[in-house]
Ligand binder design. Sequence first.
Ligand code: AMP
Length: 269
Amino acid sequence: MTALMEQGEICRPIGFVPTMGYLHQGHLSLVHRARQECRTVVVSIFVNPTQFGVNEDFDSYPRDLSRDLEMLEPMGVDIVFCPPVREMYPDGYQTFVDVEQLAQILCGARRPGHFRGVTTVVLKLVNIVKADLMYMGEKDFQQCVVLETMLRELNQACRIIRCPIVREADGLAMSSRNVYLSPEDRQKASCLHQAIQLAQRLCRDGKDKADEVIPVLTELILSRGGQIDYIAIVDHVSLQPVDVVDTRSRLLLAVRFGKTRLIDNGAIA
Ligand code: AMP
């Protein structure tokens, strides 16, 4: 801890990377950016039970702390914070944070209570870590918008630094949940990125109406065996559907392959 103190002061800015562990290059890209920009870097590894629904994968979520610590070893992280569940949520815990509208749509509509768990744990972590900057991936686009809203509306000084999506060679966005995919589903799942690229091509060719683009993407994903949770083209701030695609629009996808639910997104204009 003394290495982090300078004349009794913690070296700021403190850059914070919250994760649920089972790290991959997407997570490490956030740590790398934080290391470049901050004097102190804190990474948390915490599989947060309150953001999982009752029938979701909290128990089976992939965990491997020693592998995670090995991956972080060369990254120059100052603190890895891995709190036990009972420390974050002692018996009788009863305080939650809700971002009302933004948390009810898209992933929030399919995963009731999910964002309430996310906002609650992230506010607790930001307060514990005393983070100045929080590094988050645009892979979880709605999460970025919800958390920025929460930090702003609750007068938190911490700011989110959004980082680009890191992808596998075939375009699949890296995710800890990709390990659930069977080899066949893993191959099929590359259609999410193909759908984003197809939407970009359609828009370049002047097909910029959401109700022209979405059916074409639907057909592509269904033909590859994906079960669509939603395909939406939304305003990047309000997350409300748009009729015509422009530079403020974002394509958001949530698709199941087998039992695995994947999300992806991209700008398409
Ligand atoms: P998670 O461990 O899934 O909760 O993710 C922790 C952080 O890593 C979140 O800010 C995610 O958006 C970010 N992240 C996850 N996957 C990627 C990726 N493929 N590219 C960039 N950031 C990612």
